[in-house]
Ligand binder design. Sequence first.
Ligand SMILES: [Ca+2]
Length: 265
Amino acid sequence: MNDSNFGIRLLTPRLPTFSFRAGLSENQTRSARNIATELRRKISMKKLRLLSLAVAGVFLVSSTRAASFDDVEFWVGSGANRAAFVIDWNDGKSAESLLWGYRWDGTATGFDMFEAIVNADDRLFAHIGTYAWGTAIQGIGYDLNGSGNFSVSPALNFDAGGFADTTNPDDARVALDAGDHYLEGWDNGFWAYYTKTDTDAAWTSSFVGSKDRLLADGVWDGYSFALNFLSSDPSEPVAAVVPEPSTFALLSISALLVTCVRRKL
Ligand SMILES: [Ca+2]
């Protein structure tokens, strides 16, 4: 690590480290400086917000309901351990924030959970970038209106699991269907990574990237899009739903059942 990176790390101790690893381009260095400036501003704003919350706290406690594991409808994986996973686009489209669940045995990282959920949910898409310093989550999309169609412009070739892996992030990339979620960040924003130890804990900005985050039973991971590098905790999510079987699939199953019954006769 060189001196300038070290300085940025000191200024931004709670931001994901993958933003600040070695080999930064000029744009990335500029982005990192922007983050540091915004963080200083954010800390002042955060103090004001905390003060407001403290004053209004007695009213907030009774009206705020946090989502729990019981709210999860879309579970991915199997095993004795459970983690909850939230994505908050902060884009004004309802629902902005969605919830999934992940089960596993043995060892799993935050990225394992992210990868498994994107692969399992046909409505969820991710644009990642594999760099010498690590993996960046550049863009995340969701077929919010459930049309069965999802694409972005400038185009990306998503694989069968819903992943595109390129080192060409573009802040201007949008979902072609205006009813869908898609946000990508590099120069003007980023997907902020949050974690919490259990349902009732407060969200905190992750100290590490998702590949270095070891999951434990009961934890929560969340991604919240930070436009202009102004990050905010993931807001209370709505459960992502498991897609209904399509009419075609139902007809195929019916035909199969009829065939089986006939063969028995
Ligand atoms: Ca759509």
